[in-house]
Design a protein around this ligand. Structure first.
Ligand code: FEO
Length: 399
């Protein structure tokens, strides 16, 4: 049977994308929805004397990777496999490639070496530890490295190819998309940034301090191309560098994030009363009904929403589980939320407010108000919600 060559593209002279697009994957880490699938971008860099593979692919796609590398070089002749990050979607196939390229060395950070030995059984003598003082000469092309730990694992680093100005930052600057074009500029700035922001929220937001340090290092390098290991490649890196500067810097927008669930309509009425009051004041409100929303989009709004309003009934002595989940997510993602409010309705006993307070405890979030109503909201409680809208309007003047 005729074998159909699998697609690769050249992103710079003798630098090839040899990754895989995973169109059918719908969940990452058992947590993150992937409505557009994802890609595992691996890159082949061919110098005049040596060849390096930068990052690999998710388990199950090893054969695709070998096929793609084979279009440009004999995989058994690879000199280096670079492991920027040890998570299996980029690193598990490193061991497979090293088993084919028997003389190749794995290049990774010191912590990457520990991870490669622990997770993938790579022998220590096959690993060369690299850092910012290292330079790997491929013949006319040089691999340099950027220490960039905790993005989002401790061992992460970037690889830089100065002759072509290409930065390979692995997860950093990534986005989850299989469909569509390879380059951000073909895809459209708005759509690109929406996906990149979703990715930032779910993966990088808890690591804003190391992310900002990494952004400053990238600015100093001034790459011409940023080639992450998920999603689109940036031929105009300013777009994503500016976005990361804002997101990692927790630059807030004048808007309110409202997330709610209602069982018999009482909580929904309170939430909608507040939303209408805010909208009538010209305030942007991003509202999510939690049983029908992709929680990833709630996380995306957490990136730059200074105020979070949670609406939930009290059920079984606490908040509704999906509302508690948003509070947990806010804490786990270390969202830069500054203020919060809770709207809740209960029948015979409270408990939602106490539970949400416990979950969010320890975060630097000021609780603006709690409106806790027995049954449906009455006039006095509606007035309290309208007063909350006034408070929110004043607080938004800070941003
Ligand atoms: Fe795409 Fe952290 O792995």
């Amino acid at each position: 049977m005729t074998k159909i060559p699998m697609g690769t593209i050249m992103i710079a002279p003798d630098v090839f994308w040899v990754g895989v697009k995973d169109h059918s994957r719908r969940l990452f880490d058992g947590l993150i929805p992937l409505p557009l699938g994802t890609s595992y971008n691996a890159y082949l860099v061919k110098g005049s004397t040596k060849t390096a593979l930068i990052d690999t692919v998710n388990p199950g796609f090893e054969g695709d990777l070998v096929d793609k590398v084979s279009q440009h070089t004999d995989p058994s002749k690879l000199d280096y496999v670079v492991m920027n990050h040890a998570e299996p979607d980029h690193a598990s196939a490193c061991a497979h490639m090293l088993s084919i390229a028997k003389d190749a060395k794995l290049l990774t950070s010191a912590k990457g070496k520990e991870a490669a030995m622990m997770y993938f059984g790579v022998p220590g003598d096959r690993i060369t530890v690299v850092d910012e003082s290292s330079a790997i000469d491929l013949g006319g092309k040089t691999l340099k490295f950027v220490d960039a730990p905790w993005l989002h694992w401790p061992e992460t680093m970037f690889t830089y190819l100065p002759e072509d100005g290409v930065l390979f930052p692995c997860d950093f600057f990534g986005s989850h998309i299989a469909y569509g074009e390879f380059y951000a500029d073909e895809f459209g700035d708005e759509h690109t940034l929406e996906l990149a922001k979703l990715y930032f929220a779910e993966i990088m937001m808890p690591f804003r301090t190391p992310a900002m340090k990494a952004v400053e290092k990238v600015k100093a390098l001034g790459p011409k191309v940023i080639a992450p290991s998920h999603g689109v490649i940036y031929r105009d890196p300013e777009l994503i560098i500016n976005a990361y500067t804002s997101w990692a810097g927790a630059e807030m927008k004048k808007k309110v994030l409202m997330a709610y669930v209602s069982m018999w309509g009482s909580t929904e009425k309170m939430v909608k009363t507040l939303r209408e009051a805010l909208v009538n004041k010209g305030i942007e409100v991003q509202m999510f009904e939690l049983t029908s929303s992709d929680v990833g989009h709630v996380a995306k709004q957490l990136v730059d929403s200074p105020i979070l309003v949670l609406g939930t009934p009290t059920v079984l002595g606490g908040a509704h589980p999906v509302a508690a989940y948003v509070a947990l997510l806010t804490k786990a993602l270390r969202a830069p939320t500054k203020y919060a409010a809770v709207l809740t309705s209960h029948g015979w006993s409270g408990g939602a407010v106490k539970q949400l307070g416990e979950i969010l405890g320890g975060m630097k979030i000021e609780m603006l108000d709690v409106v806790d109503v027995k049954g449906p909201a009455k006039d006095a409680e509606i007035q309290k919600i309208l007063a909350l809208a006034e408070t929110i309007e004043k607080k938004l003047e800070e941003f």
